[in-house]
Design a protein around this ligand. Structure first.
Ligand code: G3H
Ligand code: 13P
Ligand code: ZN
Length: 322
């Protein structure tokens, strides 16, 4: 049976993004696949008084089941209230690749969907995005489109090089599709290995500025924005892992982007690193432990600490919920 996100206490991205553009900050978009990740995200965002976008990928749907994730997001609304702050929470489909998937999420209580047609030809991307927008807007669900292809693996499609977003296409794309926000490719990429040793980890803020000039005030999204904190890589390697040459996006570049039209920043890999580092440390120090709460608990605490720091120091979203 179809359900509207409004009945679940969730919100779409429209007001969030308008506030973020006005205030010169970005909304955190954190992926979740299980209860501990969801708890850490909500605890961190309540404690820092930050709005939040809970992201569900196709991989998350396969791993955890869409129904369970939806009910967890619904529970997150009550959980946040119990923790003392009614923060705006959006439930977003990350990298939707078909109309049918986006439709099923709209019908099932998601408040925002991404249709990622960036691997298609321009006209096909426009047509697919427009079709999703026309459906989603009937239910006041907001839609993120994408122009340009990130290097690395995206939507189970892998690209060796970045295809940067062409600023001259954005105005036409936004006008023709009616999308509410636009993900762009300016040098970020998914995963923990974004740059090779010796490479300058730099995103193309000049392309971002050019895009902003063409569509002033339009919400821009950055995917692949993990910073790959060296302390987590070191901890993982210290306690038996093997993650050499993992390099991410420097936080100061994300901070600069967040002050501009970028109003949604996607972070997943850093959360994986934080949890893995905490779990490895725990097992190394207490090899006799076998209660999942004893290793998932510290992983959840580390994740929460990291998200709080992101909200305060990188995205600038802390303290925005009054
Ligand atoms: O954009 C990719 C996100 O990090 C989700 O990754 O498809 O492995 O869940 P996933
Ligand atoms: P990271 O792999 O850099 O965390 O990016 C996540 C993302 O873009 C989710 O859509
Ligand atoms: Zn992404």
């Amino acid at each position: 049976m179809a359900v509207s996100y409004k009945e679940l206490g969730l919100v779409n991205t429209r007001a969030m993004f308008a506030e973020a553009i006005k205030g010169g900050y970005a909304i955190p978009a954190y992926n979740f696949n299980n209860m501990e990740q969801m708890q850490a995200i909500i605890q961190a965002c309540v404690e820092t008084k930050s709005p939040v976008i809970l992201q569900v990928s196709s991989g998350a749907r396969k791993y955890a089941n869409q129904t369970l994730l939806r009910y967890m997001a619904q529970g997150a609304v009550e959980f946040a209230k119990e923790l003392g702050c009614n923060i705006p929470i959006c439930l977003h489909l990350d990298h939707g690749d078909t109309f049918e998937l986006c439709k099923s999420c709209v019908d099932f209580g998601f408040s925002s969907v991404m249709i990622d047609g960036s691997h298609h030809k321009y006209d096909e991307n426009v047509a697919l995005t427009k079709k999703v927008v026309e459906y989603a807007h009937q239910y006041d669900v907001t839609v993120e489109g994408e122009l340009g292809v990130l290097a690395g693996v995206e939507d189970e499609v892998s690209a060796e090089h970045h295809t940067y977003t062409q600023p001259e296409e954005v105005e036409d794309f936004v006008k023709k599709t009616g999308c509410d926000s636009l993900a762009i490719s300016i040098g970020t990429s998914h995963g923990a290995f974004k740059f090779k040793p010796g490479q300058n980890p730099e995103i193309r803020l000049d392309i971002l500025a050019e895009i902003e000039k063409r569509i002033p005030g339009f919400p821009i999204v950055l995917h692949g924005s993990s910073s790959v904190p060296q302390e987590y890589v070191d901890l993982i390697n210290k306690y038996g892992g093997k993650m050499e040459a993992a390099i991410g996006i420097p936080e100061e570049q994300l901070r600069a982007a967040a002050k501009s039209a970028v109003c949604k920043i996607n972070i997943d890999s850093d959360g994986r690193l934080a949890m893995t580092a905490a779990v490895r440390k725990m097992f190394a120090e207490q090899p006799g432990e076998f209660d999942p709460r004893k290793y998932l608990g510290p992983a959840r605490d580390e994740l929460k600490k990291m998200y709080m720091a992101k909200n305060k120091n990188v995205l600038g979203s802390a303290g925005r919920v009054k």
